[in-house]
Design a protein around this ligand. Structure first.
Ligand code: B12
Length: 504
């Protein structure tokens, strides 16, 4: 009998200073495509307290290929460090897939340590690639791959996007699932990825480049089989949905909720992304059903409080709809996770100097605050809010505009590891953002104060008052209270290991 070839799958470390505990969904899905009668498989994840570098290098010895999943960011540094070490001890073919490699296949392959790139949806291409590698066949005509041949980089045609129901269920037994159980809304939680792609075309998102506005969702029965397994085998109480867009098709959502109720799993769920306008068009009975089926929170991309910006980025959303949506969520008992962007490149920036651009961004912040005030009823209650600077991720019209505005995209793979926010944003915005998210929001909130007032120490009362003042007057100057807060938080952390607010 012929000796089995070995395939190594590796997920590098995504963040510089911390590890992420997110389930390695992409690699698990790829692993399910490996015919174990023909191939041995090693799945290695960068985890704390594990010498994962050594594991990958050891596993690569005698392996047919080592395949890595890489996002734009620190992944790249970690992936390259390890790939270099592999090259010293092994002749394994090095395959990169995932978002970064899909966006920049040519530039990724220009790096001497990468042999093959798989672009976009990976399952089928990966399955066919390892067959070809095992049979030592040429990659000519293999859809979805870019590769090197005779010193030249070749790009084969794209592989048509496939219905994800064609792929086998995830083999959860390949990992210790307990390692990936985390606390969501105070409950034992697990993530579930139920669809791939997004049918919309927001100008700042890489999705249209990678998945070309295609969308495929698992059947409701398949999703629920997975959830039933989570609940029955792992005592999961909450499922967080990591899809880019979960609430796409109202009829499917209705069927999903009805089937979920029928299974009597008693599981709560949420963190699911939806589009405001599309969800507002759902019938009231659908909203009620979603609530009855145990949904706790919904995530949306508000992006901007300025209508002309929302129109420019093709968000198909009005400022009034953000407020209407939030009120509707409140009525049905859902918490909203708001996501705001600032520093989005706009055509008028071409004729503005840096000072004028930063004055515009302040205008963006003020507009965002006004919408927040309307949504949060002046902090009587509290939704979760993320405020992020615009990063020029490539492959969309905003990236091209960013280049016109002076952004110089890295010309080498390794330089994408430290992508910075847009160059027209000066450093002061990051300071303000931290003050807003870490200090003003949690401390100004009446919700926070009501909950903690009784045990409020003097210093926290002081923070509550100054944060409220800052919020009321939109004031970020003289940050003495904020510096004191930082000092206090660090001090408390050192002494007790507990941070000063719940939102740090
Ligand atoms: C969970 C998640 C994370 C997790 C873990 C990511 C991971 N690698 O497991 C954490 C929290 C660490 C994370 C961090 C970030 N993330 Co994130 N994240 C996600 C999220 C929500 C789900 C990822 C997932 O599991 N997908 C499910 C799998 C099945 O899909 P997939 O990853 O696309 O994989 C398929 C193909 O890409 C391909 N494939 C993937 N890997 C490989 C490997 C090989 C060898 C092959 C052959 C194929 C292949 O096949 C897979 C199956 O079809 C996605 C959104 C999304 N829709 O994917 C964003 C997303 C991946 N994240 C994104 C971003 C921007 C970030 C951050 C920069 C955010 C931030 N500001 O901090 C950081 C980057 C960290 C870093 N690199 O330094 C962007 C990616 C943009 C980019 N150019 O890389 C996404 C797409 C969100 C978005 N729509 O903008 N993220």
């Amino acid at each position: 009998m012929q000796k089995k070839q070995k395939v190594v799958l590796f997920l590098p470390k995504a963040r510089k200073h911390t590890f992420h505990g997110t389930l390695p969904v992409a690699l698990l899905k790829l692993a399910s495509m490996v015919d174990r009668k023909k191939f041995d498989l090693d799945l290695i994840i960068a985890k704390p307290n594990v010498d994962y570098e050594k594991q990958v290098v050891e596993a690569s010895k005698g392996a047919m290929c080592v395949c890595l999943s890489v996002l734009t960011g620190n992944d790249i540094t970690n992936a390259l460090t390890i790939t270099k070490k592999i090259r010293v001890v092994s002749k394994a073919t090095v395959v990169w897939g995932g978002w970064h490699a899909s966006i920049f296949p040519e530039q990724t392959l220009e790096n001497q340590y990468v042999d093959i790139v798989i672009r976009g949806q990976g399952e089928r291409t990966f399955q066919k690639l390892i067959e070809r590698l095992a049979e030592k066949k040429s990659l000519k005509g293999l859809l979805g791959v870019s590769y090197k041949e005779g010193g030249k980089i070749k790009r084969n045609e794209d592989r048509p996007f496939e219905d994800i129901n064609n792929f086998p269920p995830i083999s959860y037994n390949l990992v210790n699932l307990e390692d990936y159980i985390s606390t969501f809304n105070g409950m034992r939680g697990m993530v579930s990825f139920t669809s791939q792609g997004c049918p919309f075309n927001c100008k700042f998102c890489a999705e249209p480049l990678v998945y070309k506005q295609q969308y495929s969702a698992l059947s409701n029965d398949r999703i629920l089989d997975e959830w039933e397994f989570f609940v029955k085998e792992h005592n999961i109480k909450f499922v967080g949905i990591t899809d880019d867009n979960f609430f796409v098709n109202e009829a499917k959502i209705i069927d999903f909720c009805q089937k979920l109720l029928k299974r009597k799993l008693g599981v709560k769920w949420g963190k699911a992304c939806g589009r405001v306008r599309q969800m507002l068009a759902f019938k009231d009975s659908t909203w009620q059903l979603i609530a009855d089926a145990g949904c706790m929170d919904i995530e949306i991309g508000d992006e901007s409080g300025i209508q002309s910006t929302l129109d420019f980025i093709n968000k198909q959303l009005s400022v009034e709809e953000i407020v209407e949506f939030t009120n509707k969520c409140r009525k049905y008992g859902f918490e909203v996770m708001h996501n705001w962007l600032y520093g989005i490149p706009l055509p008028q920036f071409k004729t503005m100097n840096k000072k004028e651009i930063n004055a515009w961004i302040w205008k963006e912040w003020l507009a965002m605050f006004d919408v927040m005030d309307k949504c949060h009823h002046k902090y009587k209650d509290y939704d979760e809010v993320r405020v992020c600077p615009y990063y020029p991720y490539p492959g969309n019209p905003l990236f091209d505009l960013s280049c016109e505005l002076g952004f110089k995209p890295p010309t080498k793979l390794e330089n994408w590891a430290n992508l910075k926010p847009a160059i027209w944003l000066d450093d002061s915005w990051n300071d303000k953002r931290r003050m807003l998210l870490h200090f003003i929001f949690p401390y100004a909130s009446d919700f926070y104060a009501e909950r903690h007032m009784k045990k409020f120490r003097l210093v926290q009362r002081f923070f509550h008052e100054t944060a409220k003042f800052r919020w009321k007057y939109r004031y970020f100057g003289f940050p003495l209270d904020y510096r004191l807060y930082e000092f206090y938080t660090n001090f408390r952390m050192k002494i007790t290991g507990v941070s000063a607010t719940e939102h740090d």
